[in-house]
Design a protein around this ligand. Structure first.
Ligand SMILES: [Zn+2]
Length: 244
């Protein structure tokens, strides 16, 4: 019996060390949206097409940022998304991704939102890394502003999701709050179609600043990206647990 207890404790410890959330997400559906796409630059006309972003018309998608050394944001975003999907599925969740490869273009922001809506996701997270001023560091979480008839149904739960993500990301990765934008790591926006068109609680993570040397080194490291995924998984688990 003592041996069994010791083995179980060891298994729990190993799971903890690997950063796995507890298997608490059974019955939950989570939409993960890795921002941009590796083929966007080759399909400039397609991604420049204007679509309805709720409050205004906006490009279908954009190319995204890159580090000074040439590591592209779209690769970062997909890598973190795939790592996150593994963790969430292991915890019992149903996971839907807006894209699973980095070779195509889009999808348009309208479709990215529609994918989370169609599966009635319990939560949706869009993964990005910013292209800010080289002198500025840090991450921020963007949540939808309350817009009557558009986001008034998701603004409050999205804000709670943003708080959970800010806390888990800060403690899980050590990345500081953005020094050049947002306020204490949080920003409310009304210009993002991916948020405006969402009918499910949704936030954007700007995981760091790709144009800053320190952040770029972190975002380019696979070990750091695993920590990002672990932190996002913990945030989702904590948010969903609180929702009941
Ligand atoms: Zn982006």
């Amino acid at each position: 019996m003592k041996i069994l207890v010791a083995v179980l404790a060891l298994v729990a410890l190993v799971g903890e060390a690997a950063g796995q959330p507890p298997p608490s997400l059974r019955g939950r559906t989570i939409a993960i949206d890795p921002g941009h796409n590796g083929g966007n630059a080759r399909h400039a006309a397609r991604i420049a097409r204007l679509v309805d972003a709720g409050t205004h018309r906006k490009a279908c998608d954009t190319v995204g940022a890159r580090t000074a050394a040439g590591y592209p944001e779209h690769a970062h975003n997909l890598d973190v998304a795939l790592r996150l999907a593994v963790l969430l599925r292991r915890a019992g969740a149903r996971v839907v991704l807006t894209r699973g490869t980095n070779t195509g273009w889009g999808p348009c922001i309208t479709r990215r939102a529609a994918i989370g809506n169609r599966v009635r996701a319990d939560a949706a997270v869009s993964i990005h890394a910013d292209g800010g001023p080289a002198g500025g560091r840090g991450f921020h979480v963007i949540h939808p502003a309350r817009i009557r008839g558009l986001t008034d149904d998701i603004a409050a739960p999205s804000y709670r999701l943003a708080l959970a993500l800010r806390r888990a990301y800060r403690t899980g990765t050590g990345m500081p709050y953005a020094t050049y934008t947002a306020r204490a790591g949080l920003s409310s926006r009304s210009d993002l179609g991916g948020l405006n068109l969402s009918d499910v609680p949704k936030v954007f993570l700007e995981a760091g600043n790709m144009r800053n040397e320190t952040d770029a080194r972190l975002l380019s490291s696979s070990g750091f990206r695993q920590r990002e995924a672990n932190a996002i998984a913990r945030a989702l688990a904590s948010y969903l647990r609180a929702q009941g």
